[in-house]
Design a protein around this ligand. Sequence first.
Ligand SMILES: Cc1cc2nc3c(=O)[nH]c(=O)nc-3n(C[C@H](O)[C@H](O)[C@H](O)COP(=O)(O)OP(=O)(O)OC[C@H]3O[C@@H](n4cnc5c(N)ncnc54)[C@H](O)[C@@H]3O)c2cc1C
Length: 421
Amino acid sequence: MVAACSCINGRSRGSDRVFSKYAIGREWSHLANESFDAVVVGAGVNGAASAYHLVKKGLSNVLVVDKGVLAGGPTGASSAVVRQHYGHEVTARMAMDSLKFFQNFEELTGGHADFKTCGVVVVGSEDKLETVRQVVEMQQRIGINTGMVDREEILELEPDMFMEDIGGGAWEPGAGYADPVATTSGLMASALAGGAQAWYDTAITELLIERGAVAGVATTRGSILTDKLVIAAGPWTPALACSIGVDVPIRASRHPVLVFQHPSRRRPQHIIFDLNQIMYSRPEGADMTLVGTLDIAHSQDDADPDNFERQPSLDEIAEWGQMLMTRFPEYADVETRAGWCGIYEYSPDWHHVIDELPTARGCWIVCGTSGHGFKLGPAVGDIVSDLALGREPRYAVEDFSLARFSSGEPIANRYAETIIG
Ligand SMILES: Cc1cc2nc3c(=O)[nH]c(=O)nc-3n(C[C@H](O)[C@H](O)[C@H](O)COP(=O)(O)OP(=O)(O)OC[C@H]3O[C@@H](n4cnc5c(N)ncnc54)[C@H](O)[C@@H]3O)c2cc1C
């Protein structure tokens, strides 16, 4: 059972847009001015990947609708780290397949994700290593190239790392990072080349439902008929679901990312997941380091995705700088080179929601990507396109059901206090 929608009078949390209440049973066809085999809401990485896979699986009459521009939401602000180090096996399998997609992006899409392989080192104190070991064992069992590393091996990888509190860690050589805009653009361009259309600056204002099944959408450009709807609208997804009476318990929080210049230009060469500082860093440009938090405690605010502070505060700059400097002391007194904030839309267990809405057959949502949904985009698009086409996905997607929250069966996280998943 999915919990009853808690929105008040159809006004969604985190948005000023007002949606009409239940549209079930109304006759919409006289309003429609276009018809598509499938409509995808949102031109972020998940919407673009969904369109890409729908087209690859034989559907050419696909429409992607975005109220803004391609990658104009959280996708465009993403740090775009692509790693497989997940404690949840289904997610690890999705990450493994998605990494292969990034490695073969040009061949698969004709575009460029600008994927750079640099490897990720997960480090932590002795008491954290049993969890790391369990994750690595599971990863090795499913075919991920990774292994445990001791202090000496970590120092060989990162000679300038402060090691006093580090007992060891894990090394995953295939990890890297991509350009989130180029990735989304490449996926979308491939879908468009296969016959899809994209309408930007066009908002979905209403979901049109007939006898419990999706019949179309109302947009700021007119109504559209379709019996397959994928809502990949990031933090705006709960508002759309709420408009047809479904409560999607996703919250939005503001997430700062800071970029620091290395003083001697010998910056860390790898992505670092630091379980003690609860932060991640990755190379940026030739001589800079990008830093973000992995700490769930940093995501307690309820941000409005249409109206939030996009500049990191001085306190955040100091705190993020301190985390980096604690692990790499050479960063003491360096200047911040850049910084921005994006929105994490996170679920109660910090894992995706991929499910059909219970009041709208044929309407699938992808949301709750919880600060780690960029890398999984290729696998998510594969899953959602299979579901929309009535095929069996290759992953155990029931783990991502909406009902897991109301039935008290959320995904159990091995790294409980972090967003690692
Ligand atoms: C700062 C930051 C760093 C991150 N770092 C990483 C990382 O290193 N690795 C990783 O894997 N993930 C990372 N993430 C998470 C990742 O970026 C997101 O999970 C992912 O981009 C979500 O993509 P999406 O397509 O689901 O949604 P979004 O990017 O939110 O796109 C949703 C789109 O839907 C559109 N839309 C919404 N409502 C409507 C409507 N009514 N009508 C029409 N269009 C609508 C919006 O305009 C938007 O373009 C990070 C996120 C942030 C913010």
